[in-house]
Design a protein around this ligand. Structure first.
Ligand code: HEM
Length: 401
């Protein structure tokens, strides 16, 4: 059994080998599959310094769900809920049943299930904990191109579920929703997906619904400054003390205007990002992992990676070192009333401080990078995701007790 939650695994690379036995024939469908493949058997650890679901390799299924505390529910009810949620997450991530189990995930292994819990800005007022609300949770600035739906944004509590099996992910969603009981009600829910482990011949960086290789520039857990950029340090003081080992998640539902995008010829699509579509290599040459040469000029006298290319504008060296770990899911919610696909990216990025991650980068992109014409930010959330629970502890205990 591999530990998918272990820090150090490269994000973006599809985890696990796609082990699939030779099929015996259509007349005996039940005997087609192997007993429990690597994909099903992989388990992410619930206990640890950080919550699972941040450095865990991307899973093929995701559910994001935000709750608001019910009227009258306060700190005591919130603490009891986080205790119930933690017990459920721990059991399900180990492939064990939950209380009153629905049976949806029977027969499946843990399938890299992760459940990650966060607190929104409004949580602290409802629970009388405003003195312990970190400044990092201050609302994000408004961006000029925002078209945000408040009903699908923010929330007191946020849960991210990821798994490499659709039934395992849905099972966790139902169990956590039931655990909420009378203490909290669902504010919004979004469903996403990524490529399945084993779909490609070798582990590769994921592609998004525009067809681009997406995730190449992410900081790597092996980088010397990875922890400092992504996680709140141990020994944090003041309102952040309880956040040691935690991270801030910015969540944006970004609709892709795919009908417009798909009309662009390949060479123009590639200039929008500054990378080749086939393999994600910079337009200035090399392979996917070669550094961008931002100063290179082509025979036409123009910059090879244009001024407004998305990967130029978002590069850490263009943003005073601002960096974030992008760990998204794609979404497709059918066809919108205007006939266009309601599809895009559930953009989730992780950082120790949004003011040194998402905010400065989005400010620059918002001034009009080449990608902006093809995307629309439709919902937004910012959540404080505490460190992982120690053995015997529940997630958020250091805040709620
Ligand atoms: C890089 C796509 C939104 C920040 C990239 C790359 C692609 C891409 C294809 C190049 C490959 C890579 O390094 O991963 C998209 C799409 C978006 C989107 C399709 C919207 C649907 C955003 C947003 C932000 C962002 C909202 C942050 C505010 C970054 C960063 C990099 C990057 C930091 C890496 C730059 C580097 O390290 O050189 N994006 N992106 N992206 N993007 Fe985005």
């Amino acid at each position: 059994v591999g530990a998918a939650g272990a820090a150090g695994l490269a994000l973006g690379a599809a985890g696990g080998a796609g082990v699939y036995a030779a099929v015996s024939g259509p007349e005996s469908p039940a005997s087609d599959a192997t007993a429990l493949t690597t994909v099903g058997a992989t388990e992410a650890m619930f206990h640890g310094k950080h919550q699972a679901g941040i450095t865990t390799p991307l899973q093929s299924r995701g559910h994001l769900i935000a709750f608001d505390l019910a009227p009258g529910a306060g700190r005591k009810e919130a603490a009891a809920l986080l205790r119930r949620w933690s017990a459920t997450a721990k059991a399900l991530m180990a492939g064990e049943p939950s209380t009153d189990d629905t049976g949806i995930a029977l027969d499946a292994g843990p399938s890299s299930l992760t459940v990650t819990f966060g607190f929104g800005h409004s949580f602290f007022g409802r629970t009388g904990l405003t003195a312990r609300r970190p400044a990092q949770l201050d609302p994000l600035p408004a961006f000029s191109a925002d078209a945000l739906d408040p009903k699908r944004s923010e929330g007191d509590l946020w849960v991210q579920i990821g798994a490499d099996d659709a039934l395992v992910a849905f099972h966790a969603l139902r169990a956590l929703q039931k655990d909420a009981g009378a203490a909290a009600k669902v504010r919004w829910q979004m469903n996403g997906f990524n490529r399945s482990a084993g779909a490609t011949a070798r582990p590769m960086t994921a592609r998004n619904l525009m067809g681009q290789v997406d995730g190449t520039g992410n900081p790597k857990p092996t980088d010397p400054d990875f922890d400092r950029r992504i996680f709140v340090p141990a020994g944090a003081s003041g309102a952040q003390e309880w956040m040691a080992g935690g991270s801030y998640a910015v969540v944006r539902r970004i609709r892709m205007l795919l009908d417009d995008w798909e009309k662009l010829p390949l060479d123009r699509q590639e200039k929008v990002i500054g990378r080749r579509k086939s393999d994600g290599a910079p337009l200035t040459g090399g392979t996917e992992t070669t550094e961008l040469d931002l100063n290179k000029v082509g025979p036409d006298g123009k910059l090879v990676i244009p001024d407004n290319a998305h990967s130029r504008i978002s590069a850490p060296e263009q943003n005073g070192g601002a960096a974030m770990l992008r760990r998204p899911f794609s979404f497709h919610d059918g066809i919108a009333p205007d006939g266009t696909p309601d599809a895009g990216l559930l953009f989730i990025c992780w950082q120790a401080d949004p003011l040194r991650g998402f905010v400065p980068v989005q400010r620059k992109l918002d001034r009009g990078d080449a990608l902006s014409a093809f995307v629309r930010h439709e919902a937004s959330g910012l959540f404080a995701v505490p460190g992982g629970a120690a053995e015997g502890e529940y997630v958020g205990q250091r805040l709620l007790e």
